[in-house]
Design a protein around this ligand. Sequence first.
Ligand code: XIL
Length: 374
Amino acid sequence: MRSVHPALKTLSLLAPLTLGLTLGAARAGGGAAPPATPTPAAPTTNPAAAVQPARPAASNVSLRALADARGLLLGAAVNQTLFDPDEPEYARTLNRHFNAVVAENAMKWAGLHNNREAFAFGFADAIVNTAVKNGQTVRGHTLVWHDSLPPWVYTIQTREELLRAMQDHVTGVVTHFRDRVRIWDVVNEAVSDAPGHPLRPSPFLNLIGPDFIDEAFRAAHAADPGAKLYYNDYNTDGLNGKSDAVYELVRGMLARGVPIHGVGFQAHLNTDFDVKGAQVQANLQRFRDLGLDVQLTEVDVQLRPARPELGELARQAAVYRDLLRACLNVRCAGFVTWGVTDFNSWRAGGKPLIFDDVYDPKPAFAALAQELAR
Ligand code: XIL
């Protein structure tokens, strides 16, 4: 039967879980209420999952209970599947295993502010209110990013106008969610991958100049002085030239008195990634040593398609384990997977998450549970 993932059966990873960890405190879950406002159609509905009747959890373990016990935010990025009545397992899995939630796209500029004259908070509110109802912390993602911008932003021609538009956007969003969202990715991916890792060309850099970053953080802080404000980026997980550039960026911000409280490391990886070799822990530690919080904010680990899947699943589990260990060793504030199931992932082909297409936990799930329980 399908109650245990075939790969799990073959891996010794499962044994300590089934033997050692039966967490009575695990939340029963409970479906999410449909949002008050209409939500976009749900093209990501997984027919295979939709036909599944409610099944007993494939594991007695609740990652959420383990994370709660360690004071770690353990999150997942969510999309419209959360409100799909044909796929209740999504909300059930989310509520059982995660104490934190990120909107995968709904809180981006184009998601909230496509029309310059008015914010559209309906879908994001539905996600946030559902999370709050389920006792989950929300990470706000993301206020200022070169991607996911509505066309009107590109029509702006002067520094003053774009600066004001950016400040208005940040102020409007942070103010709206002030009582429910206390962690924000304020600026996302501002450092480029080009040699020397200068700031990435964007309307903000091009028109406002490099101080758009400081100004975005100042606006967010003014709108909610209690919120934790993060800089977030990818390919910065280990010690490398790009993470050096982010380190210098945030060190400069701190020196200038800019209100920044944390750095997010996306950790979009594949099974070739060597967490120890890349010195992820040493990298996270140097940011902690600046007095900043750190989180792994968008973790997914793609399988390499040409290789046998069973070995890849074990390798994937090891990358998840090593990442979480590095995170816990520096007392990181959070660990967020970029999606719930492989089917819902933005990189579904790489099967990068800890639940498979039909919500069964993968070896990576067991690895996280073991690491949290250690
Ligand atoms: C991705 C979403 O997962 C996709 O659905 C969307 O089409 C594009 O954005 N870095 C980020 C995230 O900070 O916001 C991105 O999310 C993935 C890369």
